[in-house]
Design a protein around this ligand. Structure first.
Ligand code: FAD
Length: 289
């Protein structure tokens, strides 16, 4: 599996925008090596907007019809944001239905340790710890494994994924986890080994997921997922004393969701970004004078 890197120069982000191919995207997006855009960290951090991306698709000469699938996905991002605005903290709890078959409020240790025995998932989690990114299908597989096979309530595993994602966006994250767990949708999302093999190009068999979809109804928590852990998800914050404000000068506060490099650029030109979740969270409290 190719490890995706996320460039830190704004010019490189602009180059990535040039690479969007909505036609290839439509045909390949569900495969782990499909032509997805890898723009989510920049969109989520407010470096570029979904509107910028949409405009770029048109500038590249693609019609709305050719780009329909890609535009729909951009729309999901904005839709989840609107749900968050409308529902506020309600999105932190089961939204439409109560999650059924909950055995724990932690996460399987083997998921945390990338040791579930499902090769595609273990490789993806290992890479995730290194680069802060997961393909959409793998996010769905992991969420399904955690909630619908290991019977963990979605809330803690969602926080674990959010903590490690460069594109961490609580609306997309919490509401997608709820969609998989069936608390924000009409049914749970499940995937068996065949499905994983198809989209991840693996050939694994005889795993606890190597079953038919009917068998999921009676599936007991596999031994590989039984042990759970509620690992500490701690974000180091700067000491209060280290923040100094010169009241005579203008002060700009950048938050985790809005690192817009073009914001008031005449006063404050920003040339590069460092995309690391921990550093970004620190930037949230970093006052730039
Ligand atoms: C369990 C789970 C957790 C998720 N958590 C997050 C998260 O914290 N932050 C986040 O940005 N996305 C999240 N997603 C949505 C999606 O997986 C990512 O946005 C996408 O994989 C990012 O890769 P990309 O930029 O190559 O996307 P592309 O497929 O190229 O799509 C382009 C853009 O559209 C938006 N988008 C695409 N698919 C979705 C989707 N299903 N929902 C919402 N927006 C979408 C993103 O902004 C993305 O950058 C989650 C999905 C699941 C199933």
């Amino acid at each position: 599996m190719k490890i995706i890197k996320f460039p830190i120069l704004f010019s490189e982000v602009q180059e990535r925008l040039q690479q969007i191919n909505p036609v290839k995207y439509t045909n390949t997006r569900n495969y782990v090596d499909g032509s997805v855009s890898y723009l989510s960290p920049y969109i989520s951090r407010g470096i570029i907007s979904t509107k910028d991306v949409f405009q770029q698709v048109l500038n590249l000469g693609y019609s709305v019809k050719q780009s329909e699938k890609f535009i729909q996905e951009l729309t999901w991002r904005d839709y989840w944001q609107q749900i968050w605005i409308a529902k506020e903290n309600e999105i932190n709890f089961d939204l439409k239905n109560k999650q059924l078959k909950v055995s724990n409020t932690a996460i399987s240790k083997s998921i945390l340790e990338a040791n579930t025995g499902i090769k595609a998932i273990d490789t993806a989690i290992t890479n995730f710890y290194n680069n802060g990114y997961l393909h959409n299908h793998l996010r769905m597989y992991i969420a399904s494994l955690a909630c619908n096979v290991a019977q963990s309530h979605w809330s803690f595993p969602a926080k674990w994924m959010y903590y490690h994602l460069l594109d961490a966006d609580w609306a997309s994250n919490a509401l997608s986890w709820q969609w998989v767990a069936g608390t924000n949708s009409n049914k749970k999302y499940i995937a068996n080994q065949d499905n994983i093999n198809k989209y991840c190009h693996t050939k694994q068999s005889n795993t606890f997921l190597d079953i038919s979809y009917d068998d999921f109804d009676t599936l007991k928590i596999p031994k590989e997922l039984l042990e759970t852990d509620s690992c500490l998800l701690k974000t180091p914050m700067p000491e209060k004393e280290s923040i100094k404000i010169d009241k005579k000068k203008s002060t700009y506060i950048y938050n985790f969701y809005n690192l817009d490099p073009l914001w008031d650029q005449e006063i404050l030109p920003i040339e590069y970004f460092y995309l690391n979740p921990h550093i970004l969270i620190n930037i949230q409290y970093h006052l730039i004078v």
